[in-house]
Design a protein around this ligand. Structure first.
Ligand code: HEC
Length: 115
């Protein structure tokens, strides 16, 4: 299983590097496309809209809360979307869609929240 592990960390590293520059994180993804993708792929569990305070799945953070969680930077979201989590189906997200999603989630931050 070593090659697979290496591949995953290499991809995580590449993503981290790709989004570590603030301008590239903003310009690579298109928030409006991310919103549509979230609506289609994430909304049955997460509240994905800018005004959603709750998620369809009880107790689960809606995207606006995720976006405002300290430490949830574009990089952290990128890494999160590459790693499997229990109860979250192993979503296969294309790189373009992932960039759009990140742009969208980051756009949900409250004004003045720099985290
Ligand atoms: C089948 C239900 C389901 C779907 C669909 C789903 N999620 Fe999740 N998501 C979860 C659950 C459950 C958790 C908490 C799991 C955990 O912490 O391991 C979670 C956690 C997260 C977190 C971390 C939140 C935090 O506060 O740490 C992010 C980011 C996330 N999801 C993004 C997405 C995105 C983006 C999509 C759509 C591409 C998506 N999820 C689709 C169930 C889902």
């Amino acid at each position: 299983m070593k090659p697979a592990t290496c591949l995953i960390s290499a991809v995580a590293m590449a993503m981290a590097l790709a989004v570590s520059e603030p301008t590239s994180a903003q310009s690579d993804g298109v928030a409006s496309r991310g919103a549509a993708y979230a609506e289609n792929n994430c909304a049955r569990c997460h509240g994905t809209g800018p005004g959603d305070k709750f998620s369809p799945m009880p107790g689960l953070a809606p995207f606006r809360i995720i976006a405002n969680t300290p430490g949830m930077t574009a990089t952290a979201i990128a890494v999160w979307l590459r790693t499997p989590h229990k109860d979250m189906p192993n979503l296969v997200i294309e790189a373009d869609d992932r960039a759009d999603l990140i742009a969208y989630i980051v756009s949900l931050r409250d004004p003045g929240n720099s985290k």
